[in-house]
Design a protein around this ligand. Structure first.
Ligand code: ATP
Ligand code: MG
Length: 779
């Protein structure tokens, strides 16, 4: 429920592409899987995103964009899609099942961007989802087609360039998209630049030379700061003449771009070239600190780095983005691959990949050291932004011989990273592979094994985890590692608590807390004590349980820590509730939710929302309680879990649900729950915290004139379908090969017959009317 990844905002205005977008939309109306293919940098991603933006209203549940360029491991594909959908799968179910369960019955467009390096995995995933969920459609961009039955392929052409044989006027030239793109980009680096009668011919020649390839045009335009148009043309002519050995035949498109990148590269300073190659080891962007740590060397001093980075931004090699006040830099995939080739050719790739890994090893250790303190949320956010880099570093540890132990350290640092990220599955995925890669016993391996098992316990795989936890403990004893021993007991205690063996759980929590404390591990000790409080309560010692909670509140607040403090507030709210002292529960739970908001730990947030819902019911706010139950329903669904992992809460939940159902008139309960469940994640949290009003009833979904016997002719239904996909009358006319006027008449008649005033009402009607009917097209 972290929120679905929508369409990212454009950094620059889109030039041209009307026809392509209309065509892709048409293909999407006829087929459920459309792949945009074409050379690197030709504009596939831009066309896909624009198409997605224009068909949004045709998809009731929206558009979800999954960026795959930074993903290397096909095994994490389902997980990456889940994350983009806002799912966190904290359960033990296979992530693909959770995704399939989520999209079934939904109407959404899934955009998989940059699939070329994961073609097989993407093909399997698309196939599975399309079969399971008739209401979804998939739009992919890939340099290679997926090869799935029913896939419609659209080859994205370069931008149109001026016809070479004629001498077009400036006016005509400016309507040519390749020229327009060049003009815009050149003006961005050279304010005041315009395409005029004087330079028209040079610009026209240049964009022709570049085959209308947008990325090539961008890179070339960025040189306008230092070169005149004529100089640029002359140099390009030389370079291209060399490549074609003077023959007049054109270069294949991939080679044009390659040549342009070579040229762009050659025009960089020595330092810029070095940095271009070295930063290609990052994935998903980097900040200046990381670039300095990984890429600085004698030939590229750290002090000079800011200028060198600026130089690459000016040359369109890097793009700059702001994240929470910090600048991050990214590269387009094609540009990054070029850098990787250069790095490989220099023979230093291994060294820089290692430095990259070392940097993240250091960063996570630093995060761990400061985790129990006021910087916790900031550290979490920072690591999450670098998640793709953490993956690259983990991957390095798996593929380089002898690095698995370092990988294990990385995968368990900070200790609660996977939990606060809501990604137990991914944590287990890496740990599992690392444990298989390195069998020699060590503290690192013992901790990795223990963490692997512990994440399993949290997913409900308790029986499977028990032997591994025993092994962890034995290893800790054998290695005389006091910290590992405390954690082993801590994890064993939780497993015992989940099996409702409370005396054992309490004894182990006590022992573990003592161990953590003796080592000065306040975080471990506090976490243990909160859980001990819940166990002690159920063993009957209520006073001690509440006293333990207060103790933890004092420690966490003294250290300005948030995540454990939230758990502590939750625990006290729950225990007071169970003891019949219910006035404070709501306030404690809300405070806990506020503290947990920056993290992705939806499991613990859901536990807190339970308390808020029960409190609402008890206070007589029945309708609000029903909305909250709806929010909980979708929360548990996105987590892929149920309350069954917390047996001490299930009964109160049921009692609350029964009471709310009984208090509301028939049908009202279901409606209110549905409304709550339909909230977006952000809106849901705002409602829980009463920062937002009650949900408005959704617009009527099935107007009076509709139904299976709606008075539309076949042709009108067909037109309505295209309207629902967002096609204009002109595009409908083109797609059905009828006159535009005829299309307009159809649309007018549809509106009149249905009593509608807008095309979006038609879209809603189409989707509602077609519900249950499997969508047209393949597969
Ligand atoms: N129509 C356009 N208008 C403006 N800019 C464009 C257009 N098409 C592409 N660009 C720019 O050109 C560059 C390459 O485009 P894009 O990333 O869409 O290509 P791609 O085909 O997806 O490349 P890759 O194969 O590397 O994924 C980007 O910087 C993009 O913003
Ligand atoms: Mg792309």
């Amino acid at each position: 429920m972290g929120g679905m990844a929508g369409i990212p905002a454009d950094l620059t205005a889109l030039v041209g592409r009307r026809t392509e977008v209309a065509e892709v939309r048409r293909l999407l109306s006829a087929s459920r899987l459309v792949t945009l293919t074409g050379a690197g940098g030709v504009g596939k991603t831009r066309v896909a995103l624009r198409t997605a933006a224009t068909v949004t209203r045709a998809f009731r549940d929206g558009v979800c964009v999954v960026e795959l360029a930074g993903l290397r491991d096909p095994k994490l594909l389902a997980h990456t899609v889940a994350t983009a959908l806002g799912l966190v799968n904290q359960s033990g179910r296979a992530t693909l099942d959770v995704v399939t369960g989520h999209v079934r019955g939904r109407r959404l467009l899934l955009v998989l961007d940059n699939c070329e390096h994961l073609v097989d995995a993407c093909a399997r995933l698309a196939d599975t989802l399309l079969r399971a969920a008739p209401g979804i459609r998939v739009l992919t961009t890939s340099r290679h087609v997926l090869g799935v039955t029913g896939e419609q392929v659209f080859v994205v052409p370069p931008l149109p360039t001026p016809v070479p044989s004629r001498r077009p006027s400036v006016r005509e030239l400016l309507t040519c998209p390749a020229v327009e793109l060049f003009g815009r980009r050149a003006a961005a680096v050279l304010p005041g630049f315009e395409v005029t009668q004087d330079n028209a011919e040079a610009v026209a020649q240049l964009v022709q030379r570049l085959d209308g390839l947008p990325l090539a045009i961008e890179l070339a335009a960025a040189r306008m700061r230092t070169l005149t148009l004529d100089e640029m043309l002359a140099r390009l002519e030389d370079r291209f003449a060399l490549l074609t050995l003077g023959s007049r035949t054109a270069l294949p498109r991939q080679r044009t771009l390659r040549a342009l990148m070579d040229w762009s590269h050659a025009l960089c300073t020595e330092r810029e070239r070095a940095l271009w190659a070295r930063v290609s080891v990052f994935s998903g962007g980097f900040d200046l600190g990381a670039a300095a740590a990984v890429c600085a060397a004698d030939d590229l001093p750290a002090e000079a780095l800011v200028d060198v980075v600026d130089g690459l931004v000016e040359k369109s090699v890097l793009t700059r983005h702001e994240h929470g006040g910090r600048a991050r830099y990214r590269m387009l995939e094609t540009v990054r691959e070029y850098g990787q080739d250069r790095l490989a050719a220099s023979g230093t790739a291994a060294a820089y990949r290692r430095r990259h890994r070392d940097h993240y090893l250091g960063l996570t250790a630093q995060a761990q050291a400061q985790w129990f303190g006021p910087e916790q949320a900031a550290w979490f956010t920072r690591l999450r932004l670098d998640h793709a880099n953490l993956r690259v570093a983990l991957d390095y540890c798996l593929t380089e011989p002898g690095e698995a132990a370092a990988g294990m350290r990385l995968a368990v640092t900070p200790r609660h990273y996977w939990i606060t990220l809501g990604s137990l599955h991914e944590g287990r995925h890496w740990l599992d592979r690392l444990l298989a890669a390195e069998r020699a016993q060590s503290s690192a391996r013992a901790t990795a094994l223990g963490t692997y098992a512990y994440l399993g316990v949290l997913q409900g795989a308790i029986e499977e985890a028990l032997p591994a936890l025993d092994e962890y403990r034995a290893a800790a004893e054998h290695l005389e590692d006091a910290s590992a021993l405390a954690w082993a007991r801590h994890h064993q205690a939780l497993a015992a608590a989940f099996r409702w063996d409370l005396p054992r759980a309490a004894a182990l929590f006590e022992a573990a807390a003592t161990g953590h404390r003796a080592l000065g591990d306040l975080g471990g000790a506090t976490e243990c004590t909160v859980k001990l409080a819940i166990a002690v309560w159920h063993l009957g010692d209520h006073d001690r349980a509440l006293a333990l909670c207060r103790e933890c509140e004092a420690v966490t607040s003294a250290h300005g820590e948030s995540w454990l403090r939230a758990l502590t507030l939750f625990a006290r709210g729950l225990l007071q509730w169970l003891g019949g002292d219910r006035d404070t529960t709501d306030g404690l739970a809300r405070e806990a939710i506020r503290l947990m908001r920056p993290f992705h730990d939806w499991w613990d947030i859901a536990m807190c929302v339970e308390l808020v819902a029960w409190s609402a019911e008890a206070a007589g706010a029945t309708r609000r309680a029903a909305h909250l139950l709806g929010i909980l329903r979708s929360l548990w669904e996105t987590i892929g879990g149920t309350l069954s992992a917390a047996p001490f809460m299930a009964e109160s939940h049921q009692r609350c649900e029964d009471a709310v159902r009984a208090a509301l008139p028939a049908g009202e309960f279901d409606r209110a729950v549905r409304r709550g469940a339909a909230f977006s994640p952000a809106a849901a949290l705002a409602y829980v915290l009463e920062e937002a009003p009650a949900p408005a009833p959704p617009p009527p979904r099935r107007p009076a004139h509709t139904g299976p016997d709606a008075p539309l002719t076949r042709r009108e239904r067909e037109v309505a379908g295209l309207v629902a996909l967002g096609l204009s009358n002109k595009e409908i006319a083109a797609s059905l090969v009828i006159a535009q006027r005829t299309a307009e008449n159809h649309v007018e008649r549809i509106l009149a017959k249905l009593g509608f005033t807008s095309r979006s009402q038609v879209a809603v009607w189409v989707h509602e009317g077609r519900r249950g009917e499997s969508a047209s097209g393949a597969p």
